[in-house]
Design a protein around this ligand. Sequence first.
Ligand code: SF4
Ligand code: SF4
Ligand code: FES
Length: 249
Amino acid sequence: MTMTAQPQSQVTAHEPKVTVHLKIKRYNPEVDTRPHWEEYEVQMSPGDRVLDALHQVKWTIDGTLSFRRSCAHGVCGSDAVVINGQNMLACVNLIRNVGTHLTIEPIRGLPVIKDLVVDMEPFFAQYRSILPYLIAHDDPGYKERLQSPEDRERFDDTTKCILCACCTTSCPVYWANDSYVGPAAIVNAHRFIFDSRDQAAAERLDILNQKSGVWRCRTAFNCTEACPRGISVTKSIEEVKRAILYDRV
Ligand code: SF4
Ligand code: SF4
Ligand code: FES
């Protein structure tokens, strides 16, 4: 059954509204034995984001719909979902770009808690495993740890990660084997391995040289395509592989 809602006066612009059809995978572990699809129609402006359409459903049709979001501006990384088969942030994709017929599912490879909300803990456990913080054993005293612009540039790309999990949950190797550390953890290891101020590159490379580390990557590029921050994920994985092979960062 398709449920409909009248537009609210909130949201954007003066563009004519369009009817957006949403087909959303629903699952409530308290009442459902398996996931099922529900369909909704909402009136939205083409300049609205998919997140606005989800809010419209929740606020005007079915308050039980569950999804995560916080910043609504592509910064916190909490609203990654699969939209028409592709991992995306619901808050940065406009209706005019994704179309008016949307199939929305939770990201894959992580346990579903309810509807579009997944348990991110396995993802964050992989992230924590690569020591995602600056490790420096010497005491700089009251001086700063200086770094040249060239040295800063080496890991600039991987500083942009917002831990949304779009990459890891689009990786076929991760789907098949969740012990694989995954592209997001490798990106965040890269961010410190190539930081000239850090002194634990060897430790991280040892971790990533294990069975669950970088060698599981088959260079399929799904991760790079999925990254909403435009990070060259596969390139950073290759750089980590080379650092292990040549024992040099
Ligand atoms: S390049 Fe590697 S990490 Fe990225 S999706 Fe492919 S197998 Fe997964
Ligand atoms: S590398 Fe990109 S896709 Fe992966 S977690 Fe970071 S921001 Fe998200
Ligand atoms: S809600 Fe924060 S990135 Fe989308």
